[in-house]
Ligand binder design. Structure first.
Ligand code: GTP
Ligand code: MG
Length: 513
């Protein structure tokens, strides 16, 4: 595939699929995650989140908002109630709206007098009582289905939640920034995935060179035994603040003794399950790497999605923590497989490191996290394998993978011997002495391998993809027992359909819906 030409042909005798990239991509190549983040963050900072009556009259609402400033975008969604995300064209609109807002007057309770960009619309005249007027197409766009990839609106909301939470953290650390990472931004997220966030205090820590002579100033600060202790105390305070004063933040748990300390809570107005960490710079870098891999070839994301969906349908992954393979591990497994195609569909991490400019050198917490993010520097030989071929070969690849001797690492070819005894060894891309799948026990790995064998077998015998995703179907077909096959679940159909539409690519088998 030639990334820059903006075309990708998935060739099979019967199916030739053409993937036009967007006009922007054609001209300039894909957008870097850094640029994408900056754009989303700026949108979020000039946005407010408004709790509304379900029958809010949109036009009246927009007219009211436009008295405060020009509205760039406004959409409604349902979570625990109806909400509107309103993006003004500049900060003045937000300020004007906030200045016009009042504190609620309550008679039997007291309120925490915290003013934030989370508002509640309280004018009966904006309620549409006309039964004829159905909600417009703009209304309730964020459908709660959990099998579709993230929409533009859902991504906007994720950045807005980070921005709202940052307003609270900034009361302590004005230079802080709360940023999303993980599947909310790496391109592998689906609706309903958790919102992983990092409280980035790097803006606060400014190390200036000390002058050789004369006076200079330093901040007088408290000192603790380690960076971990600082992270724990910062997160502990922020957790307390979110719990007691954070509008919409419920079920706040401090999980400070984990390898990576975090605060977990639910943000009710958005419906997101949130994990807030601090000083987790390496995870931010992993997010950038996964984003880059996803952008390099149009087949990467549909394949990862399908494998993740297959894994969920068969209980290989689980929302409950345990001895299961995680989505993150599974994603690395797919990327590793794609690096080993002939010709490779993805470059190794070492290759991306070689291609990096001196300015891209990046060492975080003692780990070399250097790689190029410049799409123009990465050239790949043409590989025209189809998605259906790749899916079948993925199952085949892991059916025969020598897990007891080999490790999975994105670094380089031929350096795959396992350094320790855990059943599954997936090297952390940047903290290379760590195994990201050491939680996986041998029975879970065996189950994964058996399912891969059965799925490879099913595909070879001409079964359709939706058959493969039926939880009960694999063992039934394999055992040649006669049982009434169940219809493909709506969730899985939805996922495949959304992938097909979104990526304008197709699996040979999706035509059988
Ligand atoms: P889903 O939330 O399942 O959609 O995927 P996710 O990629 O967001 O995974 P998760 O929420 O579990 O973790 C968020 C991010 O933390 C991942 O994208 C990784 O960058 C990082 N991460 C997750 N698990 C590990 C791990 O075991 N080791 C390390 N070093 N980083 C991890
Ligand atoms: Mg996540």
């Amino acid at each position: 595939m030639n990334i820059m030409s903006g075309q990708c042909v998935f060739g099979q005798k019967k199916h030739l699929f053409f993937l036009p990239l967007s006009e922007k991509k054609k001209k300039n190549g894909p957008k870097s995650l850094r640029d994408l983040r900056a754009e989303r963050q700026a949108q979020a900072e000039r946005s407010v989140l408004v709790s509304c009556h379900p029958k809010t009259h949109e036009n009246k609402f927009l007219k009211y908002l436009s008295r405060h400033g020009n509205v760039n975008k406004c959409f409604f969604y349902e979570s625990f109630g109806t909400y509107a995300v309103v993006e003004f064209s500049n900060q003045d609109g937000v300020q004007s709206l906030l200045e016009s807002a009042a504190m609620p007057s309550v008679s039997h309770e007291s309120v925490v007098p915290l003013r934030s960009r989370l508002l509640s619309l309280r004018n009966v005249n904006t309620v549409d009582t006309d039964k004829q007027s159905a909600p417009s197409a703009n209304h309730r766009e964020l459908c709660p289905s959990t099998t579709h990839s993230l929409t533009d609106e859902n991504t906007r909301l994720r950045f807005l939640v980070c921005s709202l939470l940052n307003d609270i953290a900034a009361a302590y650390f004005p230079q802080s920034s709360i940023k999303p990472f993980g599947s909310s931004v790496n391109g592998f997220g689906k609706l309903g995935c958790d919102l992983d966030m990092i409280l980035d205090l790097d803006g606060t820590i400014c190390v200036r060179p000390q002058p050789r002579s004369g006076m200079y100033m330093e901040y007088l600060v408290k000192r603790t035994s380690s960076e971990r202790a600082v992270t724990q105390s910062v997160l502990s305070v922020i957790a307390g603040c979110l719990d007691q004063f954070g509008p919409g933040c419920v079920g706040v748990q401090k999980i400070l003794n984990a390898r990576c300390p975090l605060v977990r809570f639910a943000h009710q107005p958005s419906g997101f399950q949130c994990d807030l960490t601090a000083s987790n710079r390496v995870a931010m870098r992993s997010t950038e790497l996964l984003y880059l891999f996803g952008e390099l070839d149009a087949r990467v994301r549909p394949l990862v999605f399908t494998v993740r969906c297959w894994a969920r349908a068969h209980g290989v992954t689980s929302p409950i923590p345990g001895a299961w393979i995680t989505n993150f591990s599974l994603t690395i497994m797919v990327l590793f497989f794609l690096q080993r195609r002939n010709p490779p569909i993805l470059p190794t991490l070492d290759r991306l490191k070689e291609l990096a400019e001196p300015s891209e050198k990046c060492v975080l917490d003692g780990n070399d996290c250097t790689f190029t993010s410049d799409f123009h520097r990465i050239s790949l030989e043409t590989n025209t394998e189809t998605l259906d071929q790749l899916l079948g070969d993925f199952f085949e690849f892991y059916s025969t993978f020598i897990f007891n001797r080999m490790s999975i690492n994105l670094g380089r070819y031929g350096k795959e011997h396992k350094p320790e005894l855990h059943p599954l060894y997936i090297q952390n891309p940047f903290e290379t002495s760590l195994n990201i799948s050491k939680n996986v026990n041998s029975s879970q790995l065996e189950r994964f391998v058996t399912l891969c064998q059965e799925s490879a077998w099913l595909l070879q015998s001409g079964s359709h993809l939706n058959t493969l995703l039926l939880p009960s179907h694999i063992s039934v077909v394999r055992g040649r027992k006669k049982r009434k096959s169940q219809p493909a679940s709506e969730r899985i159909k939805g996922l495949l359909e959304s992938l097909r539409i979104k990526n304008n690519v197709s699996f040979g088998f999706t035509v059988f819906f």
